[in-house]
Design a protein around this ligand. Structure first.
Ligand code: TZP
Ligand code: MG
Length: 212
């Protein structure tokens, strides 16, 4: 995969939006459309199902030089050899982890990304050694309906203060992306606006174009 600093479009295989499509087919479309990173997010699947999906997606992302991110499951990320594991505040800090380096096994270069919803959380994630942070949800989103929007104010704070790679997330679509970029974001995570599009590869390519 590219260095995280060079990654701009972070897309998802989110099982809530597969609408009957196979995860590997969607992963291929996201790669074809120019995603730099793809996260496997499967909030209602068993760990066995997630491991199986990760195993079929990984050869596709590897071939395309796209980083595969496993959401929530550090053990699966390690076992399948994914490049990145993404964890929420509750998965990391509430589970009493303090340093990302402690999650890496001796011979693995696993990267860890952490969700953040406020400046203090970003500062704590960076101090813990996160490889990237997610900044959001910027806008209210049906993908994470209970989360309170952090607004563009947090994006502006991140642009001024965060020196590691960071991705804006939450409610980003082709209508809202310009405001997010104007607030200082250079990298975005997009879930539903790509997966609900009639053509996921084309939607990805449209976001890619807006980010360049
Ligand atoms: N974390 C913060 S917002 C969000 C996650 C996983 C969901 C973003 O999804 P969408 O559909 O791009 O708004
Ligand atoms: Mg989580």
């Amino acid at each position: 995969m590219k260095p995280l600093a060079d990654c701009r479009l972070y897309a998802f295989v989110d099982t809530a939006y597969l609408h009957g499509r196979a995860p590997d087919v969607v992963a291929q479309q996201l790669c074809d459309g120019g995603a730099d990173l793809i996260q496997l997010r499967a909030k209602t699947s068993s760990s066995t199902e997630i491991r199986r999906m990760a195993e079929v997606i990984l050869p596709i992302t590897r071939k395309a030089n796209v980083g595969l991110v496993i959401n929530d499951y550090l053990d699966i990320a390690r076992e399948v050899g994914a490049e990145i594991c993404h964890l929420g505040q509750e998965d990391f800090f509430d589970a009493s982890h303090t340093q990302v380096s402690a999650l890496r096994t001796p011979h693995s270069a696993l990267h860890i990304g952490l969700s953040t919803h406020a400046p203090a959380q970003a500062e704590r994630a960076i101090a813990a050694g996160a490889d990237y942070v997610a900044i959001g949800p910027i806008y209210a989103t049906g993908t994470k309906p209970t989360a309170k929007p952090v607004t563009l104010e947090y994006v502006r704070w991140a642009a001024a203060n965060v020196k590691i790679p960071w991705f804006a997330i939450g409610g980003i679509n082709l209508q809202t992306i310009d405001a997010v970029l104007e607030a200082g974001a250079k990298r975005v995570c997009v879930v539903s606006a790509i997966l609900n599009a009639a053509d996921a590869a084309k939607a990805c390519a449209e976001f890619r174009h807006r980010l360049s």
